[in-house]
Write a protein that binds this ligand. Structure first.
Ligand code: NCD
Ligand code: ZN
Ligand code: ZN
Length: 357
């Protein structure tokens, strides 16, 4: 006689995923009403985030960073816990004294290098790295990380080559001069950068975004131009995406989560000259879960999302947990953004994982 009994398939066992609450090591929160719209998305998932300083005007002093931090905490909804980790925007004029102040504050955790002209709000950025050596030497001395938007800005360089050229022209000479400087190569997008970081000493690390792990440049350019996939550094070809997935899921402590969630109002992206930046904060951890699942590496997600970044920054790992469920849901076509609208990554499409607690 045939016996029927309940049978739990292996897939059913993997339907739920609990991990230590993650942190976002690269985030744009903007300011004012815009910030108020997007902050809850991040705070729902992440315990802490490294907050980028590219406001207008940029956050160049410790005093400004502390004021910005207070504005963030003032609009955090009641009952939500979130710790903003502040950064300074490096300029040609940043002094060693300012670095000492930043370090002493305990609230500023890194300094950001935007090569002038490289990306959104980078016009006040660094024109010649040598001008910043006094500040960088002090950072090397006190262990303050330098976060780098790694793209060469020379107009003659093809936009798809700018990251690889930056390694050669800026990163390597910099590390030769300051071998002990702690450097995070932010939002890496190429095989070249992944290999560079992998073979560099332990003081060099990198963040990876959901869009560069999920998409290649076809997503942006085939069948019509899709401005919501336009961010900097620009999406690259599939071979690069594959190398990034390999790095993220390798278990190496050098690679950690940094969404680079960079909200821009819908009308400024759907424009003849559209802004650079993808908004991913609404579903960041779920997007990363898809990447790790597709690579058969869900067991590596927690290290990447919750441990490696904290360890690199010398901060305690979080104690709480979050839980994701294998459940489909639809990303809205747009969400509120101050008095404007914001089109999130995956707008109108289906997500495979859902944050449930
Ligand atoms: N990534 C982007 O395309 N844009 C960021 C700036 C940055 O991180 O380069 C932004 O602030 O909009
Ligand atoms: Zn950048
Ligand atoms: Zn960014």
């Amino acid at each position: 006689m045939v016996q029927f009994r309940p049978f739990i398939q292996p897939e059913t066992i993997m339907q739920q995923l609990t991990l230590t609450r993650p942190d976002d090591w690269h985030l744009h929160l903007r300011d004012g009403a815009l910030m108020q719209s997007v902050l809850p998305d991040t705070a729902r998932q992440f315990a802490r985030a490294i907050v980028m300083p590219n406001l207008r005007p940029p956050v160049t002093t410790t005093e400004q960073a502390l004021e910005y931090r207070a504005r963030i905490l003032a609009v955090l909804p009641q009952g939500m816990k979130f710790e903003p980790l502040m950064t300074l925007y490096l300029t040609d004029n940043t002094s060693a004294e300012e670095i000492r102040k930043a370090k002493a504050s305990g609230a500023v955790h890194a300094v950001k290098l935007y090569p002038a002209g490289a990306t959104t709000n980078s016009d006040a950025g660094v024109t010649d790295l040598r001008k910043t050596y006094a500040a960088l030497e002090e950072m090397q001395r006190c262990g303050m990380p330098l976060l780098v938007h790694g793209e060469a800005t020379d107009a003659a360089i093809d936009i798809f080559d700018r990251e690889a050229v930056f390694i050669e022209r800026v990163m390597q000479p910099l590390l030769k001069d300051m071998p002990n400087l702690r450097v995070v190569f932010e939002h890496i997008t190429t095989k070249d950068a992944a290999q560079f970081v992998m073979s560099a000493p332990d003081n060099i690390a990198a963040t990876l975004t959901p869009q560069h792990l999920l998409y290649n440049r076809n997503a942006m350019l085939v069948g019509g131009i899709r401005p919501h996939f336009y961010c900097l550094p620009i999406l690259k070809r599939e071979t690069h995406r594959e190398a990034l997935v390999k790095a993220a899921t390798s278990g190496s402590r050098k690679f950690f989560l940094g969404t680079d969630s960079a909200p821009h109002a819908q009308h400024t992206k759907e424009n003849a000259c559209g802004c650079a930046g993808c908004y991913s904060a609404h579903s960041a951890i779920e997007l990363y879960a898809e990447v790790f699942e597709a690579a058969g590496a869900l067991d590596k997600l927690e290290g990447f999302a919750s441990f490696h970044g904290a360890d690199y920054y010398g901060l305690p790992r979080n104690k709480e947990t979050i839980t994701l469920c294998k459940e489909e849901w639809q990303v809205p076509a747009s969400v509120e953004f101050g008095e404007h609208r914001l089109v999130p990554l995956r707008a109108g499409e289906t997500m495979k994982w859902k944050l449930v607690g």
